[in-house]
Design a protein around this ligand. Structure first.
Ligand SMILES: [Zn+2]
Length: 354
């Protein structure tokens, strides 16, 4: 598949962090404006390389450290609006037609914004970015509770309060080790009581037991990453596989895995693209979606993720269409909107490529 075709192909991203996808030049400008002096360099290209190198350390914990710099410049209404608008523009320019962008409101309170003001600013930015992109993209926010803090119930409440104004669901993120999802059970129960969508980062640094807890104890509709579901799958020498009860449950209930290959390589959750479990999981019938996780920190885009998969597994338009439709079907959007996206945007977009 040619790069120009990959760029033109309609893409959907369900797992992308707002604070992991800033433009390097924007970080530098905002750091100057707000007097943040801890950036490793003031050259945009060098800063992009620095992020990627820092994230390449092979540890999830170190990968997460890079966010101190991005969050430092995301503390005012203007900065949040600008960053959200640029996020929508950058995704649209990459051929993304629908995106769910997540961030943790509690990380943007250092200069006096309230949680509600943070959400309002980001939503306003997304609307502005959609407008500037000629409405070629629709963006929804997912509000994230941090695993290591105790504000998840509050953030779940915030999600419910803003659900009709651009917020589509909830997530928990941050260091997985020592912070199992069930620690945040009250948040998930609150969302359930209010019929609200949520996904959970699980099965990235910790194995199948984390996915089990996320799905069976907490009730996650999707799993962020989830690649370590392979702990519950035995692949035999002849290529056939035997699934454990959990893997079978996740597959049979069409629980979407938000797979982020480049990010997995950086955090050590996978060794290389060629042996990344995404292809095995797809062939076994799991509902697999392809995602960026952190575009700046991982030095990636949706088109680049498509390119890596094309190279590693020979994927062409048929498989990318399948992955994109799976992503729309798993989106936290009302069913009529998902159907419209598939019938009027995704299917015709791929038909035009053939
Ligand atoms: Zn993530």
């Amino acid at each position: 598949m040619h790069l120009s075709d990959i760029l033109r192909a309609p893409k959907v991203v369900l797992h992308d962090h707002l604070d992991g996808g800033l433009r390097p030049a924007t970080i530098i400008e905002l750091a100057r404006e707000y007097g943040y002096g801890l950036l490793p360099t003031e050259d945009p290209a060098a800063l992009a390389v620095w992020f990627r190198d820092a994230a390449d350390s092979g540890s999830l914990e170190r990968y997460l450290e890079t966010f101190a710099h991005t969050c430092a410049v995301m503390q005012t209404r203007e900065a949040l609006e600008r960053i959200a608008a640029e996020c929508a523009e950058d995704l649209a320019a990459d051929g993304v037609v629908y995106a769910e962008i997540r961030y943790a409101p509690e990380q943007h309170l250092e200069r006096g914004l309230t949680l509600d003001e943070v959400v309002e600013a980001v939503n306003a930015g997304f609307r502005e970015g959609e407008r500037r992109s000629g409405q070629k993209i629709t963006v929804r926010a997912l509000l994230t509770g941090m695993r290591h803090t105790d504000r998840s119930l509050e953030i779940a409440g915030l999600t419910v309060a803003h659900r009709d104004r651009g917020v589509a669901g909830f997530d928990i993120a941050g260091g997985e080790i020592g912070n199992p999802p069930a620690r945040h059970l009250p948040a998930f129960q609150h969302l359930k009581r209010h019929n609200c969508h949520f996904t959970i980062h699980a099965g990235e640094a910790v194995g199948a037991e984390s996915i089990h807890e996320a799905v069976q104890i907490c009730g996650a509709e999707r799993i962020g990453h989830g690649v370590r579901i392979t702990d519950d799958i035995t692949v035999h020498d002849d290529g056939t596989a035997t699934l454990g009860r959990l893997a079978e449950y996740v597959r049979d209930n069409r629980i979407a895995l938000e797979v982020c290959p480049t990010s997995n390589l950086q955090t050590g959750a996978a060794k290389d693209y060629a042996t990344h479990p995404i292809d095995l999981l797809r062939r076994l019938g799991f509902r697999v979606t392809l995602n960026t996780d952190n575009r700046l920190v991982s030095g990636t885009t949706m088109s680049q993720e498509f390119g890596h998969m094309a190279e590693a597994f020979g994927y062409g338009p048929e498989v990318f269409e399948e992955l994109t439709v799976a992503a729309v079907e798993s989106a936290f959007l009302p069913l009529p909107e998902r159907r419209r996206l598939i019938d009027e945007v995704v299917r015709p977009g791929y038909a035009a490529l053939r």
